[in-house]
Design a protein around this ligand. Structure first.
Ligand SMILES: NC(=O)c1ccc[n+]([C@@H]2O[C@H](COP(=O)([O-])OP(=O)(O)OC[C@H]3O[C@@H](n4cnc5c(N)ncnc54)[C@H](OP(=O)(O)O)[C@@H]3O)[C@@H](O)[C@H]2O)c1
Length: 294
């Protein structure tokens, strides 16, 4: 049986906290969607803590985006009962904080798998239905890190650059079926999510070891980023509103700046010659003259 009754079916990944949770709460208020809010199995309890319970138009489902069987089970249920997903919001992701020299191969794979390969797998699962219906939206939560790279965020940036490249190609590929692809690029979101940044085995050690060559990188960048995040005027609720606007737009743009600083960096990169841009950014890094002295 099809329970859809005209509501668009939205799938949100990583919806139990942070930006995903804000998107979920905003879409619930709108009341015009059937929402499939997903979280890793061990994080599902957060929905209850947030006062969210299943209803006819809100499904709460386990989904670790890295687990193929969980992806398949979810899509099969959505296809059988709801005629598939109309709007896919690839939000789940995390940031690995480490310089290139401190990222092991497995750590690198996991960052790329979560932020790039899993969204690609979900998109592949969603597209056949969207093509059949000749409509659909794919909204990928990217980052300013997908437009510019910063020290100690190497592989995070690589994962978001990859997401940006593939999404741009996809934008052309699926336009003939009226499927819209949008990248939301938040910069620094004013939230607690910096507590969720992950360190690698080596960066965890180096950030505590004053004799490590990269100690100044970590000891200056970590508080610097936390400070900027706390000063940002854009909380997750404001970024969520941009996502809702994209959902409502008939022809949303491929890229949407998620925060004020995202727009600032975009303009800076476009206007300044590259060598000026890179040098200006380099000399703006906190305590940069101490780097390389260990
Ligand atoms: N915060 C920022 O300043 C900022 C800036 C630019 C872009 N972004 C992007 O915005 C998105 C949301 O981040 P956030 O700020 O809301 O961070 P957050 O508060 O740490 O939330 C991240 C969410 O992703 C989920 N997640 C991580 N790995 C997962 C997996 N394997 N399977 C399913 N879910 C997984 C987390 O679930 P668990 O709780 O179970 O770990 C959590 O719900 C990310 O793509 C991030 O890169 C954030």
């Amino acid at each position: 049986m099809n329970h859809r009754d005209q509501k668009q079916v939205v799938l949100i990944t990583g919806a139990s906290r942070g930006l995903g949770l804000s998107i979920l709460k905003l879409l619930l208020k709108d009341n015009s969607f059937h929402i499939i809010a997903t979280a890793r199995p061990e994080s599902l309890h957060r929905f209850k803590e947030e006062g969210l319970a299943e209803s006819e138009h809100l499904w709460l489902r386990p989904l670790d985006v890295l687990v193929k069987t969980e992806r398949d089970t979810l899509f099969k249920e959505a296809e059988d009962k709801l005629d598939g997903i109309d709007i896919l919001i690839n939000n789940a992701g995390y940031m690995l904080r480490a310089v290139v020299e401190h990222v092991g191969e497995i750590e690198r794979f996991k960052q790329m798998d979560t932020n790039f390969r899993a969204p690609m797998a979900l998109i592949r699962r969603a597209l056949p239905t969207m093509r059949r219906k000749r409509s659909g939206k794919i909204i990928n939560i990217s980052s300013v890190g997908g437009m510019m790279a910063m020290p100690t965020m190497s592989v995070y940036s690589a994962s978001k650059f990859a997401l940006e490249g593939a999404s741009e190609a996809l934008w052309y590929e699926v336009r003939p079926w009226n499927i819209k692809v949008t990248l939301i690029q938040p910069g620094f979101i004013n939230s607690n999510s910096y507590h969720n940044v992950k360190l690698t085995r080596e960066s965890r050690r180096a950030k505590e070891d004053k004799s490590d060559p990269y100690y100044p990188h970590y000891s200056s960048m970590i508080p610097f980023i936390e400070r900027i995040m706390k000063l940002s005027p854009d909380g997750p609720e404001r970024v969520a509103k941009k996502v809702l606007r994209v959902i409502r737009q008939k022809n949303p743009p491929l890229r949407v700046a998620g925060t004020v600083d995202a727009r600032f960096f975009y303009v800076l990169r476009r206007l300044l010659p590259r060598w000026i841009y890179h040098n200006a950014l380099y000399y703006s890094l906190p305590k940069i003259l101490r780097w390389g002295k260990n």
